[in-house]
Design a protein around this ligand. Structure first.
Ligand SMILES: C[S@@+](CC[C@H](N)C(=O)[O-])C[C@H]1O[C@@H](n2cnc3c(N)ncnc32)[C@H](O)[C@@H]1O
Length: 192
């Protein structure tokens, strides 16, 4: 995988806060999309032992994290740089009686110890990261040996989300099923 560190968001910042975050949470939270998150949660966690630690980075409103936690087999943490998303995700998890530890933080400086997680998931966000190489290195650092990182991205630029004020569900970018899935075995992810 070719990754370059880019500063293209320097002036604007990659985070989605306030009304943009609330709009995003609304358009990604339709019944059919929530069903999709439920299916993905089952697929991504298949084979994980009970009690495994799962981290979703750039979790946004946290729909996927909530569905993984709803399985009640894992210890789920969701990290996002946006304070609004952390608030939205924490509120929805609490309202649904599901336990997810939502934390605010930057994927380029993940606020957890090395070798902490059995599964790391990153959906529809990697192409927006200002420091993609650092993000990968950080995900590798906090992943346990033998753990898996699944990085899934979108079929069209995520920037469009900012431009489409009242876009309907049909025009939403799709999350590709398996962009990158890598196990931690050595000093860095393979082929990166
Ligand atoms: C298009 S949204 C995707 C959200 C969610 N993963 C989903 O599938 O709906 C991109 C997310 O990446 C987050 N993000 C961008 N840069 C980040 C960074 N450096 N660290 C953590 N989160 C970041 C944004 O705040 C936003 O929640």
């Amino acid at each position: 995988m070719q990754t370059t560190e880019t500063r293209r968001w320097r002036l604007k910042g990659p985070e989605m806060e306030g009304p943009i975050a609330r709009w995003y949470a609304r358009v990604r939270g339709s019944k059919s999309q929530l069903e999709g998150y439920r299916n993905q949660a089952a697929q991504l966690t298949a084979g994980l032992a009970d009690g495994a630690r799962v981290l979703e980075v750039a979790a946004g409103p946290g729909y996927l994290s909530i569905e993984m936690a709803r399985l009640r087999r894992f210890d789920v943490t969701a990290l996002d740089i946006s304070h609004t998303f952390v608030e939205i995700g924490s509120d929805s998890a609490r309202q649904q009686g599901v336990s997810v530890d939502f934390q605010q933080g930057d994927v380029a400086k993940i606020p957890f110890e090395a070798d902490s997680f059995d599964l790391i998931v990153c959906q529809a966000a990697f192409k927006n990261f200002t420091l993609p190489r650092t993000a990968l290195a950080e995900m590798h650092r906090v992943l346990r040996t033998g753990g898996t990182a699944a990085i899934q991205d979108m079929s069209q630029p995520a920037e469009r989300l900012h431009d489409e004020g009242d876009a309907g569900e049909a025009s939403q970018p799709r999350v590709l099923p398996a962009s990158v899935r890598a196990s931690r075995r050595g000093e860095s992810f393979p082929d990166m």
